[in-house]
Write a protein that binds this ligand. Sequence first.
Ligand SMILES: Cc1cc2nc3c(=O)[nH]c(=O)nc-3n(C[C@H](O)[C@H](O)[C@H](O)COP(=O)(O)OP(=O)(O)OC[C@H]3O[C@@H](n4cnc5c(N)ncnc54)[C@H](O)[C@@H]3O)c2cc1C
Length: 339
Amino acid sequence: MQPVDVIVVGGGPAGSSCAAALVEAGRSVAVLDQATFPRTKLCAGWVTPAVFRALGIAPPDYPRGLHEFDHLVIHVKGLTFRLPSRQYSVRRLEFDDFLLRRSGATIIPHQVHVIDRDRDGFMVDGAFRCRHLVGAGGTRCPVYRQVFREICAHNASLQVAAMELEYPIQWRDPRCHLWFFDHGLPGYSWYVPKAGGWLNIGVGAMSGPLRARGQNLHGHWARLVARLRRDKMIDDRPLEPAGYSYYLRDGSGPWQCGNAFLAGDAAGMATRDLGEGIGPAIRSGQAAARGILTGTACAPTEISALSLDEVIQNGLLRALGRSLLHLSGVTSRQLPLAA
Ligand SMILES: Cc1cc2nc3c(=O)[nH]c(=O)nc-3n(C[C@H](O)[C@H](O)[C@H](O)COP(=O)(O)OP(=O)(O)OC[C@H]3O[C@@H](n4cnc5c(N)ncnc54)[C@H](O)[C@@H]3O)c2cc1C
């Protein structure tokens, strides 16, 4: 392949958003992804209005399946309440494919293994040369492992483990349900209906506290499924979930090392309160593109590390939520809170 200005490793929301901004500015960009799109990505697919704003798309103009919520149903320790909030669900299979195609970048199916750096830039697997390299390959991104990990490793105390399943089912309840801290879960479980008769259910938790309590996700998954069956929200078919882990936002990066940049899960960008990763992936991908285009250091500290401001529109409730987060230690040291 001819050398390009930028190689982006990973074509998820972080990689495609970075690529789109660079292509728009006239740069030659190749996105290398080990998967052929459309590809499955484990994710509940909840997206906030801010995601569409960052993408410059009005939700009704999104051309694939979109399901809209005008409130969330929150369950905490036996209490249930409705939180008025306009939110959306998408299928990542469709969403990521749409974003990657519209980026206009050259898309190359290729699993990246070896990255060599020299005076002119980078050589990837001895075959792809570029001046700038962007790591947007998720938690196990090879750019993170080979260029960044020694400088600044992910903060192990911010690791999240998640287990979920998305499957076709004629759901009856069209609302999004979230169960917080059920049976000592240091996280939450979800029921997220999607357009076209799809449903995503899952459990996510902070890995360290989960282990410290002698628990694992399988037990919480079984409890979620039992609850949903009991409440007739799902049927009795056997369900086989899959797992994945990623890192929540730490204030210290890493984001840039010379001409190499990180974005999305590769940089541990998900929000501290709800583990929302799609919006931060998009905005950090765009920040990496800005860093390349302007030649200035890239530190996307302007990207909020909390989802709360997007989810809770009522000012009083938001203040209450912020206080609770502060008391629980979520908004303590090292956390950039700018929105
Ligand atoms: C169970 C679960 C539920 C979640 N639910 C939500 C939610 O509802 N809302 C939300 O906002 N966030 C959610 N998240 C977080 C969100 O999914 C991620 O933060 C987001 O996908 C990060 O996007 P990304 O572009 O950084 O990485 P990804 O979307 O993971 O994309 C990385 C890409 O890199 C490619 N890649 C990896 N390694 C290589 C390699 N060696 N060579 C080439 N290509 C490679 C992969 O194939 C992949 O396409 C959830 C996460 C999990 C695990």
